[in-house]
Design a protein around this ligand. Structure first.
Ligand SMILES: *Cc1c(COP(=O)(O)O)cnc(C)c1O
Length: 372
């Protein structure tokens, strides 16, 4: 069975991307590879119209966490003082990375289900003499879209550079590239960009690469090593060539489909379709309306059903959903709407959910009929 993946990455990919990934054998020391690498690096800047005079993109092999750890360990100079904003698993991961690399940091902590308390962030910034702030744009733990425009403004006032985990938002949500405070963001090929796993990247202001940590905190994760080689049509290590082939095609599809704003609208429409149908069946979203990203919504487990029952029932019917993390595992489930999926796929999901939750037949409401 070919499953429809409704977990937050890797995502269901298009047939075009699947074919592109295995279309050819490519040596990474040949000119064909460098043409591909250059096209992807500039294609990533183009997703948000970042000027190549100010910004550069660095590709590296690994999952989203690789990009995150590379961004933090390379772009924070040795004397940096970092403020981390945490309201979920991924914010807490930033603090773990900072701790492992002996970066001086403190964290503004929140409950996983809470929005960022900007008053506390402002207080910490005015009291603490921080050079940098790091935060998660879309906190996939709960599906919350954190307000990065507001955080960027606070960083501008405090003169701090902002480093963002945009792993589950790059390609589908608005990122405040216009703010001079934003210096870098980390992301991956296999979430909102609809590529395959293995390739991740950091978009960085060129000036921030010039002030990178010296001496380096890591060999593989040190971004200046990668960018210097990539700027000279090289690569320091073997890149995930097939993931580049796939991302090249996925970026072309994103452009043809109208770019990130069109993708945002598509995800929002699918998420709304699911949310309305579940709400009619008494399944409540975990967060207040308007607080979730278009990428992923978390729902409270209906009483009398365990996650395992819902997950296994849906898997039998061809859909993979996602459990809550950590202490939320017994309270919620998550449905992501990223990937190459359609309203028709969602209609089939809702029919499957209805039969798993209530063992009854699913009646689409007039407003949600396909084609409307
Ligand atoms: C998926 C994700 C990551 C990275 O996860 P990997 O398993 O390393 O790819 C980091 N941050 C957020 C917000 C994510 O959703």
């Amino acid at each position: 069975m070919r499953y429809i993946l409704l977990n937050p990455g890797p995502v269901s990919i298009s047939d075009g991307v699947r074919k592109a990934a295995v279309a050819t054998d490519l040596c990474h020391r040949e000119p064909e590879y460098y043409v591909l690498q250059d096209r992807i690096r500039s294609g990533l800047l183009d997703v948000y119209n970042c000027s190549p005079d100010e910004w550069t993109s660095v590709l590296l092999g690994g999952s989203g966490t690789t990009a995150l750890e590379a961004m933090l360990s390379s772009l924070l100079p040795r004397q940096a003082r970092l403020l981390v904003v945490e309201n979920g698993v991924y914010g807490e991961r930033i603090s773990r990375i900072a701790g492992i690399h002996n970066i001086e940091f403190s964290a503004v902590q929140h409950e996983w289900t809470d929005p960022i308390d900007f008053e506390r962030v402002e207080e910490a910034l005015s009291a603490g003499d921080f050079t940098h702030v790091a935060a998660v744009h879309h906190e996939t733990t709960t599906g919350r879209l954190n307000d990065m425009g507001r955080l960027a403004e606070l960083c501008e006032q405090a003169g701090a550079g902002l480093l963002l985990d945009t792993v589950s938002s790059f390609g589908a949500e608005n990122i405040p590239f216009g703010s001079p405070a934003l210096i870098a963001c980390a992301a991956t090929a296999n979430k909102c960009l609809h590529g395959i796993p293995g390739l991740c990247f950091v978009l960085s202001r060129k000036t921030s690469l010039e002030t990178a940590a010296e001496p380096p905190r890591s060999l593989y994760l040190h971004l200046p090593l990668w960018v210097t080689a990539q700027d000279q049509q090289g690569t320091p290590f073997t890149p995930p060539v097939n993931s580049l082939l796939a991302l090249d095609k996925a970026l072309a599809e994103l452009r043809n489909q109208g770019g990130w704003k069109a993708r945002h609208a598509h995800y929002s429409s699918l998420a709304g379709q699911v949310r309305r149908a579940l709400s009619r069946q008494g399944v409540k979203p975990l967060l207040e309306p308007g607080d979730s990203s278009c990428v992923l919504n978390a729902y409270c487990l209906p009483s009398g059903k365990t996650y395992a029952e819902i997950h296994d029932g849906l898997k039998q019917r061809g859909f993979i959903i996602y459990a809550g993390q950590g202490r939320l595992v017994s309270e919620m489930f998550r449905i992501s709407t990223m990937g190459d999926i359609s309203r028709y796929d969602m209609e089939r999901l809702l029919a499957a959910l209805s039969s798993v939750l209530f063992q009854d037949a699913w009646q689409p409401s007039m407003g949600d009929k396909i084609g409307q």
